[in-house]
Design a protein around this ligand. Sequence first.
Ligand SMILES: Nc1ncnc2c1ncn2[C@@H]1O[C@H](COP(=O)(O)OP(=O)(O)OP(=O)(O)O)[C@@H](O)[C@H]1O
Length: 566
Amino acid sequence: MPLWYRACLTRRRTVIDILRLLRLMRPWAGWILLGVFVSVLTLLANVTLMAMSGWFIASMALAGLAGVSMNYFTPAAVIRAMAITRTVGRYVERLVTHEATLRLVAHLRRWFYDRLEPLAPSGLQSERSGDLFSRIGADISVLENFYLRTLVPSLVALITLPLFVLFNARYSPVLAFGMACLYGMSGLILPLALRYFGKTASQQLVLQQAHIRTDLVEGLQGMREMLVYGRDCDFRHALQEQSQDLSNSQKHLANLQAASQSTITLAANCAIFLVLLTIVPQIEAGLLSGPSLPMLGLFVLASFEAILPLPLAVQSLIAAQMAARRLFAIADKPPLVVETSDALEQLASPSCPKLQLDAVTLRYPEQEKPAFSNLSLTLLAGKSVAIVGPSGSGKSSMINALTGFWPIEKGQILLDGVPHNQMTGEPLRAYFAVAPQHPHIFNSTVRGNLLLANESASDEDLYRVCAHVELSDLIASMPKGLDTFVGEAGETLSGGQIKRLALARALVSPAPILILDEPGEGLDPRMERRILENIVMGEKGRSIILITHRKAGLNLVQAVHTLSAE
Ligand SMILES: Nc1ncnc2c1ncn2[C@@H]1O[C@H](COP(=O)(O)OP(=O)(O)OP(=O)(O)O)[C@@H](O)[C@H]1O
């Protein structure tokens, strides 16, 4: 692909990303415009204050020297009004722009989470959780800079600079032209040069920060393994190298910022010279009064306040584009399981259905062999079945197919004769309560973890299900009973206790079909048997799918279905 064509495509993509970003901000357009309006007002008040003060002081001095009196009430009142406007304006500006930013960030986080949810878990399998965390946290925070540091200063400069040039033109067209050139150089050419020299570093900064966060999350999760196998040094070195790269990018950008700030200061000083060159001859010729000189000098100096934030605006724009691109890459992913409109019709507590699997095949992406194929079975309402088979035969994958987390390749699944792909999403999942093979326990209390499955469950319900899974003694021994915190991922519990807590959570759910994936893992055979008996005997009226490769419980169910390895 020719270079020029690639450059055009990149530019087009940049424009599309920015337009899309602006569209996302549309609900907050009122706040954004209010922020710009107050910023413009504050800047104009400041510039007027400076110019007026210069004029006033010089006029008073000249009047004193000449021994004539002058009306100082009006200019003093204007100066006071401008000073008050500037002070109040700065306060209101912070208030409005930060309010807009906070609303914007909250809106963007919700928007991104809404896009993320339909993708989970199948569409997010290839993503690292640390990276997703980085996108939803840091990348969205980078976008807040797009409004505060890019949008507001750019619009303020766009509105005020032409006004400043027009004001200069009243005194001297040459001055106006010179100022337009200085504004153009420091407000447009300098930021463009900054974009050219800082683009790679700005983009890398976003990626480097994301990589560090992602690796840190993984490193913290796997800290125990790394310590056991003595790999913590490697991790430290990798982190150190990444931090070094990050600080190199930051240093490069800081150098560019410093250079651009100095250039703007130089341009402001050139502006003073320009005022001297163009205004002094007019004063000498008697065309302008003496106080015009300090007035215009201070005016042009103060007007550079509109230019000062522009170099940073460019850096923030590049970072925002990069962050937006990373967010859009996830948000635009099509979900593997497409929800139909019927999915909105959710039954609060569906009755126990007849479940049929008709020659169902499930294949994971990029897998040559299907996880399971041509699986047919019928489970009548309130009955139980065990799914057995060797490791890797697709027993757990069956849960993915039933709950609609992964699309099936062939066949169909029927609930009371209704194809389950007609009710993907929440209505479908309302039929199933799953105790997975590797359950996730939240960093909450025992109660919090149980109520996840049924928030209206009473204490009596909770104690009943805990008794079924033999957790009553443990809960009685806990300092706060059901209200005891179990730590992150249930770290204060043993593997078997975690398994039983997950079983209790499935039992407390009102869903009519219970799926127990390897419920005996981590339990001694006698306890496993007792718990399975409790569940099968105690859950009359619910269908049970017992996924296992062990013998315990097989005599308790009404049918056994064997999956064979492909
Ligand atoms: N998310 C996934 N993406 C890709 N392949 C997967 C995924 N989950 C499982 N597999 C593959 O699908 C096959 C079936 O896996 P599954 O976990 O369903 O087997 P299983 O019978 O439950 O095994 P086990 O008894 O060891 O738990 C395996 O070959 C596995 O590698």
